[in-house]
Design a protein around this ligand. Structure first.
Ligand SMILES: NC(=O)c1ccc[n+]([C@@H]2O[C@H](COP(=O)([O-])OP(=O)(O)OC[C@H]3O[C@@H](n4cnc5c(N)ncnc54)[C@H](OP(=O)(O)O)[C@@H]3O)[C@@H](O)[C@H]2O)c1
Length: 411
């Protein structure tokens, strides 16, 4: 039987600590979470964990150092033993191969959990298998809490809430514009995109569609653009629909809407685009996105593409990427009879000095802090397979405290 939360050895355990995202998450913990935090770095290689521990000690010599736990995620007894020592578990392992084991262990051992999975079919099957059990065991699982999905979910939620607060109007559409994101993937991300799915074909089929993860079904979610794939939205400007993340982000945002009982409005839907300067620029973006998509899904070109991408465990130079910027905006269009965008609408904006992987480290570590020190959820929810926006204002305030600029207003 798992010990009570207050009797556990660790506040946080970080599984997959030896990976690219794991390192950035561990560094964020050292730099920003309380020095009294009792935590452990968990992995299957003692050598890698020792090297990481030395690095973390140099970064934060005056804090409680993380314990080292050598664990094979595939060994159920070892995994259960470490997970039941913790109040919160952060998982940044390769989800397509071993992610499910960690979810199971957390649900069965009463440990709250966060991940940054981006695969909808995997998530669909985890929700099918674990949402109700997690509710019964009072375990909160915050999924997709990385730079690809969490900002989108938070922005849609904040913009819709702002609109409702100021005007009592429902939102018909949350439109998200990706203004700045550099696509330089880590080896783990490349591996996840290129590996064959371990989810069975029937589940993959069931997981398709914009509302597959939502407990409530919504309206058909088409993406309105002109014949060039471009659309103008008031307050966001010219937008092109070449986003890679649309299907994934939309499924997460729609799950939040469903978990909150459809509180943004009955006709709500989420759309996502990239900000462009001109129609020609939009067409060029769509074309380059299409060609990259073909290269990544066409077997004969894969070995060539792989030569230019980082290997597992590796990734872009973090000294360089921390100089990049992430910037996203969203408008919540009011569900009224007025022409699109006229009248009052909700608006939210997130910006961050750094790349998507540093931001992911911040989102995971601050999400863990929110679960650990506050554990209050939107919509009166208490447990289950949840989404980043369900962590609400406490999460936003913590992110603001570590350099994430986030504002919401009426436009
Ligand atoms: N959605 C988002 O915003 C977002 C952002 C960042 C990352 N991600 C996702 O996060 C995941 C990790 O990415 P990454 O680039 O950090 O990967 P990575 O560098 O390859 O690290 C993967 C980690 O998982 C561990 N691992 C792999 N297979 C394992 C196994 N069979 N048993 C135990 N541990 C195992 C590795 O341990 P070893 O060191 O021992 O190999 C390593 O610690 C990927 O799925 C990626 O797509 C998503």
């Amino acid at each position: 039987m798992a010990p009570k939360k207050q009797d556990r050895d660790y506040d946080v355990v970080l599984l997959g600590a030896t990976g690219y995202t794991g390192l950035l998450t561990a560094e964020h913990i050292v730099e920003h979470l309380p020095t009294s935090l009792r935590w452990a770095i968990v992995g299957r290689s003692r050598t890698k964990l020792d090297a990481l521990a030395s690095r973390l000690k140099k970064l934060g010599p005056d804090r409680i150092q993380p314990a080292i736990e050598v664990v094979s995620v595939e060994d159920q007894d070892q995994l259960d033993a470490v997970v039941r020592k913790a109040k919160v578990c952060l998982s940044v392992v390769l989800y397509f191969s071993v992610g499910r084991h960690v979810v199971r262990a957390c649900v069965e051992n009463g440990t709250d959990y966060l991940d940054v999975t981006g695969n909808i079919a995997e998530l669909y099957s985890w929700i099918e298998d674990y949402h109700e059990k997690a509710k019964a065991n009072n375990v909160a699982l915050i999924h997709a809490c990385g730079a690809f999905s969490a900002p989108h979910d938070l922005l849609a939620w904040a913009a819709a809430r702002e609109l409702k607060k100021a005007t009592s109007s429902n939102t018909s559409e949350a439109v998200l514009s990706v203004k700045k994101i550099t696509m330089s993937p880590s080896g783990g991300t490349v591996e996840s995109i290129m590996s064959k799915s371990t989810v069975d074909p029937k589940t993959q089929e069931d997981a398709r569609g914009p509302w597959s993860l939502s407990p409530l079904k919504g309206v058909p979610a088409t993406v309105p653009t002109n014949i060039f794939g471009v659309r103008h939205v008031p307050h966001l400007g010219l937008l092109a629909n070449s986003c890679f993340g649309l299907a994934q982000d939309r499924a997460i945002v729609h799950r939040t809407w469903g978990l909150l009982g459809g509180e943004y409005g009955p006709n709500f839907k989420y759309t996502e685009y990239e900000s462009v300067g001109s129609t020609l620029g939009g067409v060029a973006k769509i074309l380059s996105g299409f060609l990259l998509g073909v290269a990544l899904s066409f077997k004969p070109t894969l070995p060539l593409v792989r030569r230019f991408l980082p290997a597992q465990g590796d990734g872009p130079d973090t000294e360089k990427t921390k100089l990049q910027d992430v910037e996203l905006e969203a408008v919540a269009l009011a569900d009224t009879q007025q022409p699109e965008g006229q009248g009052k609408n909700g608006f939210a904006r997130l910006s961050y000095k750094g790349d998507t992987y540093h931001l992911t480290g911040a989102l995971l570590a601050q999400g863990a802090a929110s679960l650990l020190y506050k554990r209050e959820f939107e919509g009166g929810l208490r447990a289950g397979c949840l989404t980043p926006a369900i962590l609400g204002d406490d999460f936003l305030d913590r992110l603001r405290g570590v350099g994430v600029s986030f504002e919401a207003s009426i436009v």
